[in-house]
Design a protein around this ligand. Structure first.
Ligand code: NIG
Ligand code: FE
Length: 421
């Protein structure tokens, strides 16, 4: 530490963090750094020092900080990196609680969509909503996410499904990134469903995406990634490939909603097009997973969606054994997973995927950051990384999984500033 820190977090009972600037796979995913009685020094928005209380005392003796340094006492609690949510659909208008009774009567998600409900219902409401409405709804969701420990999230468009309303959705994300402390990474998901006016004309809708939406989105720098809902009755593998290749030609990095409800070949496609992540993967077969392992495609798993759709759970243990980096996300959306809480997702990953708490921490920090191309700046607590920090009402990682269903976040620091306290 050459310069005076602006902030010192001290009396950390246990600091738990993965290390490095890229995704962890295989056995490495469960290896995290643990420091008892630790401190973190921050200057501006960057971590400048991490060590033990002993080392902090030595620094104090050298008078290595000045009277302006703010000292925060973590009260002997657990401290981790800010959580990263690499898959959300938080730009929408209208909740869909009415679908709950249909689902309880046995109707499937894809049947509801076929009837014009599901995503298409949210599309109707989102098209009617103004930019300001979307920003307001988004802000409420982001507040909740941050209260639960998330400091960075990916956000998809995908409830506009025409040029104007997809652009409006991406503009809402851009605006939220300016006005909210949460860091947002935008994804274009014009291929989330085929809108009513193109029913039976999927090919024409794909043309609209490729000829009008993608050039405009890329031209206005409104997204970094291009995603497709590659699913039976939605977009086929061939249609998805066309869209992702077009996105790539315009500088958008591919992502895929892959093998969520059926085994269509989304995992294979993700590997083939060089996607940064393949998401869901509930029904991904061995061949697709092998292809992902070979290309180091990050698996973004969404156990909250499995729970809420009453579906089976992705084969996380197999993926880890195969050497695929596993990340976790909420999938926050009004249909298949209406929750903003990554803490719930962490609990489900342990209980249903049989991931260990250390693997889970890596999955919601460094590996999640890799899934959105940000592992060089966020996802761990190390000198040089951005100061995104969570202080927990918990003594260790196990406690976060164990004491479930309640919010255990005490304090959130984003880019060196207190956002939840
Ligand atoms: O990831 N699968 C497609 N998209 C979302 C659901 C969106 C919705 O139902 O509104 C998902 O599960
Ligand atoms: Fe999704």
């Amino acid at each position: 530490m050459n310069n005076f820190p602006d902030l010192i977090v001290k009396n950390i009972g246990l600091l738990a963090t993965p290390e490095g600037k890229c995704a962890k796979k295989g056995k490495e995913q469960g290896k995290i750094k643990l420091i008892e009685d630790a401190f973190i020094a921050v200057q501006g928005d960057t971590i400048t020092g991490v060590g033990t209380e002993e080392q902090l005392k030595a620094l104090e003796k050298q008078r290595n900080f000045c009277y302006k340094t703010q000292i925060v006492d973590a009260g002997g609690s657990l401290v981790t990196p800010g959580l990263v949510d690499p898959h959300t659909h938080l730009i929408f208008s209208g909740w869909r609680q009415k679908e709950l009774s249909l689902k309880l009567k046995g109707m499937s998600y894809l049947e509801i969509l076929k009837m014009g409900g599901g995503i298409l219902n949210t599309v109707k409401n989102t098209r009617r909503a103004s930019l300001e409405d979307l920003i307001q709804n988004g802000r409420t969701a982001l507040d909740r996410m941050m209260t639960h420990g998330t400091t960075t999230c990916e956000v998809k468009s995908g409830y506009g499904l025409n040029v104007e309303d997809e652009i409006k959705s991406l503009e809402a994300i851009r605006e939220l990134n300016k006005i909210h402390p949460m860091e947002l990474v935008p994804t274009f998901l014009g291929a989330h469903a085929v809108p009513e006016e193109y029913k039976g004309k999927t090919g024409e809708y794909v043309e609209l995406i490729n000829k009008q939406m993608i050039p405009r989105v890329a031209g206005e720098h409104l997204a970094e990634f291009c995603d497709v809902f590659c699913e039976q009755g939605v977009f086929s593998v061939d249609e998805s490939r066309k869209i992702l290749e077009c996105g790539k030609n315009h500088g958008l990095i591919p992502k895929v909603h892959a093998d969520e409800m059926t085994s269509l070949g989304g995992a294979n496609l993700a590997a083939e097009v060089g996607a940064i992540s393949a998401d869901h993967l509930i029904h991904a077969g061995d061949e697709g997973l092998c292809a992902m392992a070979e290309k180091s495609v990050v698996a973004v798993l969404l156990p909250g969606t499995s729970l809420f759709l009453n579906e089976s759970f992705a084969r996380a243990r197999t993926m880890i054994e195969m050497g695929i980096p596993v990340a976790l996300a909420t999938d926050f959306n009004p249909g298949s997973c209406p929750t903003e809480s990554l803490q719930l997702v962490m609990n489900l990953a342990c209980m249903k995927y049989r991931m260990i708490p250390e693997e889970v921490l890596t999955a919601v920090t460094l590996n999640a950051a890799s899934a959105i191309n940000m592992a060089s700046t966020i996802g761990s607590i190390e000198p040089g990384k951005q100061a995104d920090i969570v202080i927990w009402n918990a003594p260790d990682l196990d406690f976060i999984i164990y004491h479930f269903g309640v919010n255990l976040v005490k304090t959130v620091i984003k880019k060196g500033k207190f956002t939840v306290n």
